[in-house]
Design a protein around this ligand. Structure first.
Ligand SMILES: Nc1ncnc2c1ncn2[C@@H]1O[C@H](COP(=O)(O)OP(=O)(O)O)[C@@H](O)[C@H]1O
Ligand SMILES: [Mg+2]
Length: 357
C-alpha cells in the first residue's frame, strides 16, 4: 500500500474556478428570479422609447439575489442598447455624494475629474447623461449618509429609472418627504428561496467552481440543508469554498461530511462576530425608536423583527444599553403593573452622530 497514492498532489486542486464562489460573481444564468428580472426590465422599458422610467424600492432579507438580479438586468441592458447608461452604485462602499459622483464619472467614462468640486462634476454628469437616459441602481441604500444625491438626480436628470435596494422595507419611512414625493417608488419584494431553489442555486455554483466528482453527495446535501436553514445563499457559497479548502489542506481527493462539519463550525463563529460588530444594526434600531418613542422594549423588538431585523432579543437589549450610554435614548424602568417589569424607551432629539461612538 502506498500511503500517498490517494492524496492530492501539490500541483492539484479540487477547484476548477474558485472565482465562481465570490459573492459578486454573476453567473450566466440566474434561475428563480425570472419574474423579478422581467418586472425590473419593464420599469426601464419606457426609457427605450425616450420616456421616463419607473422608480423602485427593492427590498427583502440579505443573500437572496436582490443585487444579483438587478446587476443581471443592467448587464442585459448594456448589451441591448447604448442609449441608456447603466449605473450601479453600492452605497456601503460609496457612502457620500462626492464618492458617488466620482464613481458615476468613472462609469460613464468622464475622466477630467481632477481639481473639480462635486457640483462641477455633477454639471458634467448632467450634460452627458441628459443626452441619453440612465438607470441608477443604488444598492444598500440604507448605508448612504446623505440623501442629497438622490434629490439631485430626481431634479436634474430628465429620463431615468432609479432603483433603490435595501434589506429593510421600513427604510422608506425615514426618507425625507421632499424626496419621497418626487420618487414615488413602487415596492418590489424579493422573497426567500425555498429548499429546492437553494439547492439548485448551489448546485449550479458547484458546477462552475469545482472539478467534476470531487464532492461526495452527502457533503453537498449537508451544505444545501444548512443554507436553506440560514436562508442566505452567501453562507452556502462560504461553506462550499471553506469545505473544499479544508479538504485540500488535508490533501483529500474528495470533499466529505467531516470537511463540511468543520466549515459549518467556522461559519457559526463568523456569523457571531458579524452580528456583534455591525454599526448599521444600531442605526436601524435607533430609527425604530425615533418613530416609536415612549414604547416598551418588547414592543420595539417586535417592530424591529417585523421590519427585517435579525438580532436575538439579548443582543437587541445590549444595543439598547449602548444607545442609552451614548445618550441617544433614555430608558425608564417601570415596576409592577399588569405586565410586570418592563422598560420604556424614549428617543432624545440629539444632533450627535452615530459614528461618534
Ligand atoms: N437565483 C440565483 N441564481 C444564482 N445565484 C444566485 C441567485 N440568487 C442569489 N445568488 C447568489 O447568492 C449570492 C447572494 O446574492 P445577492 O444578490 O448578493 O443577495 P442580496 O443582494 O439579496 O443580499 C450572490 O453570490 C448571488 O450570485
Ligand atoms: Mg445585495
Amino acid at each position: 500500500m502506498n500511503l500517498f497514492k490517494d492524496m492530492l498532489k501539490d500541483n492539484e486542486s479540487l477547484f476548477k474556478d474558485e472565482i465562481a464562489l465570490d459573492y459578486d460573481f454573476l453567473p450566466k444564468l440566474l434561475p428563480y428570479r425570472e419574474k423579478e428580472q422581467f418586472y425590473l426590465a419593464n420599469c426601464i422599458k419606457p426609457l427605450m422609447q425616450k420616456r421616463n422610467g419607473k422608480n423602485l424600492l427593492i427590498h427583502g432579507p440579505p443573500g437572496i439575489g436582490k443585487t444579483a438580479a438587478t446587476r443581471y438586468v443592467l448587464r442585459d441592458l448594456e448589451n441591448e442598447t447604448d442609449e441608456i447608461y447603466p449605473i450601479y452604485i453600492n452605497c456601503w462602499k460609496k457612502n457620500t455624494s462626492f464618492k458617488i459622483i466620482t464613481e458615476i464619472c468613472s462609469q460613464i467614462g468622464y475622466k477630467f475629474i481632477q481639481n473639480k468640486r462635486a457640483d462641477e462634476l455633477m454639471d458634467e454628469i448632467k450634460k452627458i447623461i441628459n443626452k441619453k437616459s440612465a438607470v441608477f441602481v443604488l444598492d444598500e441604500i440604507d448605508k448612504l449618509d446623505d440623501m442629497e444625491f438622490i434629490y439631485t438626480i430626481l431634479e436634474e436628470i430628465y429620463r431615468k429609472s432609479i432603483f433603490l435596494i435595501t434589506n429593510y422595507k421600513s427604510w422608506l419611512n425615514n426618507l425625507d418627504e421632499r424626496i419621497k414625493s418626487r420618487l414615488t417608488a413602487e415596492l418590489v419584494e424579493f422573497k426567500q428561496y425555498n429548499a429546492k431553489e437553494t439547492r439548485g442555486i448551489l448546485r449550479q455554483r458547484m458546477k462552475y467552481a469545482f472539478s467534476p466528482g470531487v464532492w461526495e453527495d452527502s457533503a453537498f446535501e449537508m451544505i444545501a440543508k444548512k443554507t436553506s436553514d440560514l436562508k442566505d445563499i452567501r453562507s452556502g457559497l462560504y461553506l462550499l469554498k471553506e469545505s473544499a479548502t479544508l479538504a485540500e489542506e488535508k490533501a483529500s481527493r474528495k470533499i466529505n461530511k467531516d470537511h463540511v462539519k468543520s466549515a459549518i463550525e467556522k461559519l457559526d463563529e463568523f456569523s457571531v462576530k458579524k452580528s456583534t460588530g455591525l454599526k448599521d444594526d444600531i442605526k436601524f434600531i435607533l430609527d425604530i425608536i425615533k418613530k416609536n418613542s415612549h414604547s416598551k422594549i418588547g414592543d420595539l423588538f417586535q417592530k424591529y423583527k417585523k421590519d427585517g431585523g435579525s438580532l436575538s432579543y439579548k443582543t437587541f437589549q445590549r444595543k439598547i444599553k449602548k444607545l442609552e450610554k451614548g445618550k441617544f435614548i433614555s430608558v425608564e424602568k417601570t415596576e409592577g403593573g399588569d405586565e410586570g417589569n418592563t422598560s420604556i424607551i424614549k428617543y432624545k432629539g440629539t444632533t450627535k452622530k452615530l459614528t461618534d461612538f
